[in-house]
Design a protein around this ligand. Structure first.
Ligand SMILES: [Zn+2]
Length: 495
């Protein structure tokens, strides 16, 4: 996610870029444009394509949950009705005495309401306990589900979609002809060494922490609408779509009245930019940014493992939000806003950090947000040159950190979202956290730094990384955890 924080953007730097390039849109080609490029802003040559990755062991994915979902979208009443069958295998080493379903539409940050009925466990009616203000259901498993055993849950559900963009980031809403439906189905959260992760996240951070799963989702909606979703979708008949996604962490669906699309193939991936029909210039610019980002990150870290990447304009009040194979970008940014490129490069980076490599976004948000932020800086370094990136580092990341220290607001960057006051979450986790990755890079050098990120991506592909596993990767590549840097930037504070 990119937060809607006034301190967020290197505005000054981006304005300089606008000035240098004449117009933001003219700055986009990954290869240098024919127009004179200032000597102080030389793009770096693009790395050659990353080597193919070691395949994920088949067992790791054979245990992933499998969702079969049927959704009917009633646009006139802003309601979704659905049925779902999910096969869940206990991939843990302990028996599970219970199992949770998260109803994200019913969390305060989503602002809707989901109701679940007719729950069956292995075909038998089940009565869940309602938890977390109605946003979670707990099902007792008796007998407990042994390791490697599978349970099948079936259920029906409805979800009411807010008709306002005034709730949180409007990530779940029907506004301006766009119905944004992330996680509009009961989702099984992660079970880890803390047990089931079922806390409600503060509304200024990302809410979902989930394992990768496979999805088959059939959608019925007005045939005049455009449908964009995680994975790949095909029209079965007018008003009926069939989507397949996986292995992905969750499933997001967007429906819109007025979308046009611009597409390009990059690194063998179809990149689609969906934009409002009045925003063609912005939408085509977004396509170039997304293509540049996907190309760069694929070569720096490892291939994007899906067939398609969709970048979708929506009324979200965040700058942008990441979902598997799909990111949304705020419609406020499409008409020449200087934040646009930063937000697109940031959200696309989340496909690597959060999407393919998962982490606990609620309790350890720095692991994806700070790395995504530093990756966005790398995008600027490769596209606009080392000096341009150094200026962002200095005037945004470092200046923000210096201000935190000066004002006595410094905090560790490695805390849960809920530990931060709303106005300090982004400065500490996104900016100060990014300085950790810069310090590590300066210590070990570029070759080892990029080898660390490639190894981290390969090791944790479709899995869940932790701070310890990141440090273990650093040690594998460099012979040391360089723990002093972690303790300074992630665990430490300056006063
Ligand atoms: Zn983010």
């Amino acid at each position: 996610m990119v937060l809607n924080s006034p301190a967020f953007i290197p505005i000054r730097r981006l304005l300089v870029l606008v000035g240098v390039c004449g117009a933001l849109m003219a700055c986009l080609p990954l290869t240098p444009s024919p127009s004179p490029t200032p000597a102080t802003s030389t793009p770096r040559p693009l790395p050659t394509a990353a080597p193919m990755e070691t395949p994920v062991p088949p067992d790791a994915l054979s245990l992933a949950p499998r969702y079969a979902i049927s959704l009917t979208v009633d646009v006139a009443h802003a309601q979704v009705a659905g049925e779902q069958v999910v096969r869940y295998t206990n991939a843990e080493e302990v028996p599970l005495g219970d199992l949770y379903l998260r109803l994200f539409p019913s969390t305060p940050g989503y602002g809707g309401e989901m109701r679940v009925s007719s729950i069956r466990l292995n075909g038998k009616p089940a009565s869940p306990e309602v938890r977390l203000g109605g946003s979670a259901l707990r099902l007792l498993l008796n007998p407990p589900l042994a390791p490697l055993e599978t349970v099948t849950l079936s259920m029906a559900f409805t979800a009411a979609v807010p008709l306002t963009d005034g709730i949180d980031y409007a990530q779940f809403s029907y506004v301006r002809g766009v119905m944004a439906l992330p996680e509009v189905y009961p989702l099984i959260p992660v079970y880890d060494d803390e047990g089931w992760n079922v806390e409600v996240a503060p509304d200024y951070g990302d809410a979902v922490y989930s394992d990768v799963a496979f999805y088959q989702v059939d959608v019925t909606a007005p045939p005049t609408m455009t449908l964009v979703a995680s994975g790949t979708c095909a029209v079965r008949e007018a008003g009926r779509w069939s989507c397949q996604a996986g292995p992905v962490r969750d499933f997001a669906l967007i429906l819109g009245d007025d979308y046009q699309v611009a597409s390009q193939v990059a690194e063998g991936i179809v990149v689609n930019s969906y934009f409002y029909s009045g925003h063609r210039e912005g939408g085509e610019g977004v396509l170039k940014m997304a293509v540049n980002a996907l190309t760069l990150y694929s070569r720096l870290f490892g291939p994007y493992p899906y067939e398609e990447l969709d970048v979708v304009e929506t009324p979200t009040r965040a700058g942008g939000i990441e979902y598997p194979t799909l990111v949304v970008i705020s419609d406020r940014l499409y008409t020449g806003h200087p934040r646009l490129e930063w937000v697109v490069a940031h959200e696309v980076a989340h496909q690597w950090w959060y999407g393919v490599v998962g982490n606990d976004q609620v309790d350890e948000p720095w692991l994806d947000e700070a790395l995504t932020q530093y990756t966005t800086l790398l995008y600027h370094e490769f596209l606009y040159g080392a000096d341009a990136a150094a200026e962002i580092l200095k005037s945004d990341f470092q200046a923000t950190y210096d201000r935190l220290v000066k004002e006595g607001n410094d905090m560790p960057a490695g805390l849960p979202v809920a530990a931060y006051p709303r106005d300090l979450y982004s400065p500490v986790v996104y900016r100060k956290g990014a300085l950790y990755f810069h310090a590590l890079r300066q210590r070990v050098g570029d070759e080892a730094f990029f080898a660390i990120l490639r190894a981290y991506y390969r090791r944790h592909r479709y899995g869940i990384a932790t701070p310890d596993s990141f440090l273990a990767t650093v040690k594998t590549v460099t012979g040391s955890e360089h723990r002093d840097l972690y303790e300074r930037w992630i665990l430490g504070v300056s006063r």
